[in-house]
Write a protein that binds this ligand. Structure first.
Ligand code: AMP
Ligand code: SF4
Length: 464
């Protein structure tokens, strides 16, 4: 998962606004951050570094950088390793001028694109799939960059929400399936593009609309012009996990508030079954809290903030020594003994992936001598990997792919375990079922690829 941000202004310097926009998208990636802009000499410039936005970039330098349009990226590696070489935006000054690209998503036909391009003489500088888009564009030196970009995107399959900087303007593009969110914002005659609408408020900008699946928007002095990619998809594939976990609760995606969707998931989870003699509902903060509030409202059980997150620990402040590894989730989450002692609780989290977090937190709560602990998960069991830009492990590491629900409950030490059904999750999101991707829950991949297929080079199937 990654976050992208772009800004255009007919007058002002916007590089610092991109820095601020990225900081509002920090939850989408913490491995690296970067900002790119085109200077008065028609050259593309980029600054990037490893770590959080404030570690990787200098706000004061960007504040003084003259740029009427700029793009930025925060990265959580999915395709390509975690190294500075793979940090984005990726940039080039090629025959037709400067170009910079920032990408959220995964191209499912990256390997076949790279093979084709390398056979044409392309030399890849990174292992990131985003570079394939740049290479496809640069391999059309006879075309204007925007037209070359449109043609490059027509070759790409899978998930991409992009911001691109060209001399012709700032470009926002979303794949025809609409996997990852992308939205357009505005303040006066300044325009912004962001992975999530939560990034606009920080800049005093308002949310205009989502960039539509298959839409390419060009923003420059002439305003905003919308184009369509020459590809149609039979159904839309917006990632349902964005509503479950990834997106910030104050974002709107496809007209649906992430907060409301999450709260509704909690309500529906309470309808699945509430264990008897429960005293209160708690959450794993922050990911389970909104659903826990919905659970509490529906069940009538009081919500207690009984597990506390230490907001001040992160990679920056604590070195990953052996001692810290042993402490694991303890360093971040801590249950209040007084609230759990001799009481029965429902503990809500948004998802179980490997089962590590749930196991460690339940063990800590047991140490508080809780009477009973019922684990409730506000999404269906994650049984399949994601090929569309999320770092889900392969099935061999997914708890729900390996074990029955009773076994998971036993392994993590909960008295009972219930998940939300796929249907209830879709109802809670409130979008038509044929507009959502639920592949990591049900194995229904784009084009019917089965779970073991990497989808690489399978473009033909995509239009099934
Ligand atoms: P695990 O400990 O592997 O079971 O991971 C589950 C926890 O990680 C939950 O508390 C989720 O909020 C969170 N989570 C779910 N999906 C992801 C993801 N793709 N990357 C990072 N964290 C995640
Ligand atoms: Fe989202 Fe899961 Fe689909 Fe990946 S497979 S895009 S995480 S719903």
């Amino acid at each position: 998962m990654c976050g992208v941000f772009g800004a255009f202004s007919p007058r002002n310097f916007v590089a610092e606004e991109v820095y601020l926009g990225l900081s509002a998208l920090q939850h989408r990636g913490q491995e690296s951050a970067g900002v790119a802009w085109i200077d008065e000499n028609r050259r593309v410039n980029v600054v990037k570094g490893m770590g959080l936005v404030y570690e990787a970039l200098s706000q004061s330098v960007l504040a003084e950088t003259p740029a009427k349009s700029a793009i930025g990226h925060v990265r959580y590696s999915t395709a390509g390793g975690s190294m500075l070489q793979n940090a984005q935006p990726i940039c080039a000054n090629y025959a037709q001028g400067p170009v910079a690209i920032a990408h959220n998503g995964n191209l499912t036909n990256f390997e076949s694109l790279r093979d084709t391009l390398e056979n044409r003489g392309a030399i890849f500088q990174s292992t990131s799939d985003t570079e394939a888009i740049l290479q496809l564009l640069a391999h059309q030196p006879q075309r204007r960059p925007f037209e070359a970009l449109m043609r490059a995107l027509a070759e790409a399959r899978g998930a991409y929400s992009l911001v691109v900087l060209l001399e012709e303007g700032l470009v926002a593009a979303r794949d025809p399936w609409g996997f990852r969110p992308l939205s357009l914002g505005r303040r006066g005659d300044n325009y912004y593009v962001a992975s999530e609408s939560c990034a606009f408020s920080l800049l005093g900008a308002s949310f205009v609309r989502d960039v539509e699946p298959g839409e390419v928007i060009l923003i420059n002095e002439r305003g905003v012009t919308s184009y369509r990619l020459p590809l149609e998809s039979k159904k839309k594939w917006l990632c349902s996990f964005e509503y479950v976990y990834f997106a910030r609760p104050d974002s709107m995606i496809e007209g649906r508030s992430v907060y409301r969707a999450r709260q509704e998931m909690g309500r529906k989870l309470a309808q699945v079954e509430t264990a008897n003699d429960v005293d209160f509902v708690a959450s794993l903060p922050d990911s389970g809290t909104t659903a826990a509030l919905g659970f509490s409202a529906e069940s009538g059980l009081p919500f207690e903030a009984a597990v506390v997150r230490n907001r001040y620990v992160g990679r920056t402040f604590i070195q990953p020594t052996q001692k810290v590894r042993e402490l694991g989730v303890r360093i971040k989450l801590s249950p209040s003994p007084d609230l759990f002692r001799n009481r029965s609780a429902v503990l809500v989290d948004d998802s179980i992936v490997r089962g590590t977090t749930a196991g460690l937190v339940v063990a800590m709560i047991r140490e508080c001598r809780a009477k009973a602990l019922h684990l409730r998960i506000s999404s269906p069991p994650v049984r399949f990997p994601c090929f569309y830009g999320i770092d889900t492990p392969s099935s061999v590491d997914l708890a729900a792919a390996k074990y029955s629900l009773d076994d998971i409950a036993r392994t993590v030490g909960a008295d009972s375990l219930r998940y939300l059904t796929r249907e209830a999750m879709i109802e809670a999101i409130g979008l038509p079922p044929d507009s959502l991707c639920t592949a990591c829950f049900d194995g229904q991949y784009l084009g019917g690829e089965d779970a073991s297929a990497s989808c690489g080079g399978n473009c033909g199937k995509i239009f099934d």
